[in-house]
Write a protein that binds this ligand. Sequence first.
Ligand code: HEC
Length: 247
Amino acid sequence: MATTTATSAMRAGVPAILVLSAFAFGTPAMGAQNMREGKQVVDTVCAACHAEGKDGAPRIGDRVAWTPRLAKGLDVLVDAAVNGHGGMPSRGGVSQLEREELRSAVLYMFNYGLPPVAPPPEVAKADPRHKMVAGTDIYFGAMPAESLRANAATKASVPSGKGYYHLNISLADQRTGAQVNDAKVTLRVSDGMSVQTSALSPVRANNAVSYGEFFKLTSGGAYNIQAEVTRPGAQRPIVTNFEFRAP
Ligand code: HEC
């Protein structure tokens, strides 16, 4: 069963890519020196139950199982991991684990296996954060800077000031489903009055690469996000548009 694919997340309408962009900062190079990575925490602690789904634990990478839980908010899940939840002991039974480490672990379990196959066309059409253009699946995500600031591993790279969002584009080849990690991506972000244009930087998380940058979105209105994607060897860039409303 294809439960461990991004397809399931897309089908359930969950911003998998959003979460991925937060996690992407949690690389050891940027994190605190003594911080355990999500993978390490999961492999050594959480997997004991979450690998097999013991007592109903949502399985690693099972986005069908994680999606409704994540809908409660990442912080709520991290709280549950800190305090214990149902059949799960506090901090997975290892009291030394810090909150940030648990957060990375939760993100790791949710994101595990991304990005897999391209979603079927009918699903793609229904998802406003996903466009298919010229053989490329293009996913848009946005994450408020506040939630990245809350994470010790990521906060150093977050601009100070109000109203910043990390806008993120993930790409997959439509035919093979493989992620596209060597494209150039530029975003043109407009609220109808002003325009901000910026080339996105590659954002790496485990095996996944996406593209992201911070934008200040303070108008309170709707933004048009125009993505320009140039894949290696392409004659001309792919251009597509997303709508985004900064809540
Ligand atoms: C001893 C088994 C066990 C271990 C170890 C364990 N979990 Fe769990 N976990 C569970 C079970 C069982 C559930 C489902 C509980 C429920 O929904 O009632 C769960 C659920 C969760 C949830 C969802 C909570 C919610 O609000 O829906 C999160 C988040 C979570 N675990 C994180 C972790 C993390 C992170 C680790 C490793 C540090 C970990 N767990 C280790 C058994 C475990």
